[in-house]
Design a binder for this molecule. Structure first.
Ligand SMILES: Nc1ncnc2c1ncn2[C@@H]1O[C@H](COP(=O)(O)OP(=O)(O)OP(=O)(O)O)[C@@H](O)[C@H]1O
Ligand SMILES: [Mg+2]
Length: 247
């Protein structure tokens, strides 16, 4: 079971869209996949059509009860989030072993899945630390803009702290560029500068700007189901292929 945290503390870089569609891509490749929404915004949960969730990851974190797992399709499950997860950051302050809660919760499903993808909030608080402590590797989506990697030093330094104190095998599995507009003249320069910064960590596949990705989430389905021939479906299929080979 490979546990992947999808992380970037910058907002709107495509974490949720990527978790959802890479997850769907892995499930299409018949990999048993569990998605975990650990963001109080609950965009992943809602993007897969779950609303008014009664039991969420918040309950498991608070009460140490088994993760509430909802089925999406044959190979795809999700642990939903809910807005009350917002309170968790503060409630965790006084809890002993607070960094390892999600890791412990995931122990109970060990072996049931090939991949677990954790969609993190745009924050570097205790919930994100929990994801990093539980994870084997990290995927970082970067928006195609100048200095997209600005601030990434902070993320890299937290990853290194987690490695030192909790999870010595944690790796940065890769970085990929999202929301690329191939018609923009500066796109190539942006890609080049990101490539220089991350060298071999940057995936070959970038995700183009594609409205089908937005529409699919509004409909509560993945892009392969909503628009199988769209650029979004093609790009996420290629990215999934790379992940299957490289992670
Ligand atoms: N390739 C794309 N083309 C067009 N729109 C996109 C693409 N990827 C993501 N979006 C849209 O951009 C917005 C932000 O994407 P997303 O929610 O995946 O980012 P995020 O990193 O999870 O954000 P947050 O930091 O708030 O959790 C969403 O409205 C999403 O539908
Ligand atoms: Mg998100």
């Amino acid at each position: 079971m490979k546990i992947i945290a999808v992380i970037n503390h910058k907002g709107g870089t495509g974490k949720t869209t990527s978790t959802l569609n890479i997850g769907a891509g892995l499930a299409r490749a018949k990999k048993r996949t569990l998605l975990i929404d650990i963001d109080p915004q609950s965009n992943l949960t809602e993007g897969l059509g779950f609303r008014d969730v009664k039991v969420s990851i918040y309950d498991s974190i608070k009460n140490d009860t088994p993760l509430p797992i909802e089925n999406i399709s044959e190979y795809l499950d999700i642990v939903p989030s809910s807005l009350d997860l917002l309170g968790a950051e503060i409630e965790l302050v006084s809890r002993l072993g607070r960094e390892t809660i999600v890791k412990r919760l995931l122990k109970a499903v060990d072996g049931k899945y090939d991949y677990v993808l954790i969609d993190c909030a745009p924050a570097l608080g205790m919930l994100t630390v929990n994801a990093l402590v539980a994870a084997d590797t990290v995927l970082i989506p970067l928006e195609a803009e100048y200095f997209a990697y600005r601030g990434i030093d902070r993320l890299v330094s937290i990853i290194s702290d987690v490695r030192t104190h909790y999870n010595e095998n944690l790796t940065i599995g890769g970085v990929f560029i999202t929301k690329i507009n191939p018609r923009r003249v500066i796109t190539e320069q942006i890609t080049d500068s990101i490539k220089k910064y991350f060298s071999d960590k940057l995936f070959d596949t970038s995700i183009r700007v594609n409205v089908a990705l937005i529409e699919a989430q509004l409909k509560g389905v993945d892009v392969f189901e909503y628009a199988p021939l769209s650029n979004g479906a093609v790009d996420y299929e290629n990215l999934t292929e790379e992940i299957l080979v490289k992670l």
